[in-house]
Design a protein around this ligand. Structure first.
Ligand SMILES: *Cc1c(COP(=O)(O)O)cnc(C)c1O
Length: 361
């Protein structure tokens, strides 16, 4: 058996070992089917059960109310940057965007192609080290929607609370913390997440949309870009990413078996606390995010010099701690510790950090 190392990659990211083992065991022939999941029709009874169960497990895990639809789309979170404004922002309408990092900026750029966009808040002048406070939000009560990024994968900041936006539809890019803690679906109009960080292999994008918003899609929309198509065809208008949805189904079952989102939140909190405590214990490591905006998914920090950061990453890789190089926009180190990342891996990183400081500090 090949040994697995600790994978701190920001995405695609670590998957639960139990899920990978089940995929491996059943890869040549699904029990009772005799064919691989990769070889069966998306119109087959087998796949229909997989996608129906995945949806029902999502509804159970996140308490999704009945007036929300669950969609399995393609094109990644990046296509949602376009689909959201194309469907929800009328030609003469306006939208509020809260800018907390590179992904929010990319989302806003696409919305600007559809209509008027207002920056409701931005922490860019502070290098995205924090989430805006509620009183910093300059929200337009006439906006078609407010868009925010729940967790900023590059900078390592995370909303600690769902923003309050009155009666305006709240749209969340939850790509890098979906199902890492309880999710207040009912406070949102639409939630989307590329799956490859916390849910599945790349290829599928989860969208949860409140039914009343479906009426906003303009006439004459391209079929594949219209949420209504995917609602009507139950995400089976064209060939969906069958394998990714299958693995997502197994991850959802794993989440439920482990105790659901409250348990995940506890574990993620404990893992992150361990790592932040190690960073805070010394001047050698400096956190990027301010304390009350810290992410439990992506922990970002700097060392005294770029040279030391290079050595840190190289030596960590040798020690079986992979994927720790920070995103180029922040530099330094980023440890991504998603749902499937084990506590033992965080403990191994903390030991490595202490030893690295002892020999280089
Ligand atoms: C990774 C990421 C994206 C981009 O996702 P794709 O599926 O590659 O398009 C968007 N938003 C956030 C918050 C991300 O972490």
């Amino acid at each position: 058996m090949t040994e697995r190392i600790f994978n701190f990659s920001a995405g695609p990211a670590v998957l639960p070992l139990a899920v990978l083992e089940e995929v491996q065991r059943d890869l040549l022939a699904l029990p009772g089917v005799g064919m691989s999941i990769m070889e069966i029709s998306h119109r087959s009874k087998t796949f229909d059960e997989i996608i129906v169960n995945a949806e029902s497990n999502i509804r159970q895990l996140a308490n999704v109310p009945d007036n929300y639809r669950v969609l399995f789309l393609q094109g990644g979170a990046s296509l949602q940057f376009s689909m959201v404004p194309m469907n929800l922002l009328p030609a003469n309408g306006k939208a509020d965007y809260i800018i907390t990092g590179g992904w929010s900026k990319k989302a806003m750029k696409e919305a600007q192609k559809c209509g008027q966009v207002n920056v409701a808040a931005s922490t860019e002048s502070e290098k995205f080290t924090r989430i805006p406070t509620p009183d910093e939000l300059r929200l337009d009560p006439e906006a078609a929607y407010v868009h925010y990024t729940t967790n900023n994968t590059l900078y390592g900041t995370q909303w600690q609370q769902t923003p309050t936006v009155g009666n305006v539809a709240l749209v969340a890019d939850a790509s890098s913390d979906i199902f890492s803690r309880p999710l207040e679906v009912q406070k949102h109009g639409l939630i989307y997440a590329g799956a490859q960080k916390n849910l599945a292999p790349a290829g599928v994008t989860l969208v949860i949309i409140r039914e009343d918003l479906l009426a906003r899609s303009p006439q004459g929309m391209h079929t594949m870009l219209d949420y209504n198509t995917h609602v009507k065809e139950r995400s089976l208008y064209n060939t969906p990413p069958v394998f990714s949805i299958y693995v997502m189904g197994l991850v959802l079952k794993w989440l439920l078996a482990e105790g659901g989102l409250a348990t995940m939140a506890q574990r993620n909190e404990a893992k992150a606390a361990l790592l932040y405590a190690a960073i805070d214990a010394t001047e050698f490591y400096r956190p990027h995010a301010v304390a009350d905006s810290r992410s439990r998914m992506n922990v970002t920090f700097r060392l005294p010099s770029e040279e030391l950061e290079k050595q840190f990453v190289a030596q960590a890789t040798k020690a079986g701690l992979d994927g720790l190089k920070g995103h180029r926009s922040v530099g330094g180190i980023r440890a991504s510790i998603y749902n499937a990342f084990p506590q033992t891996g965080v403990e191994a990183l903390v030991s490595f950090m202490q030893e690295f400081e002892r020999t280089n500090g």
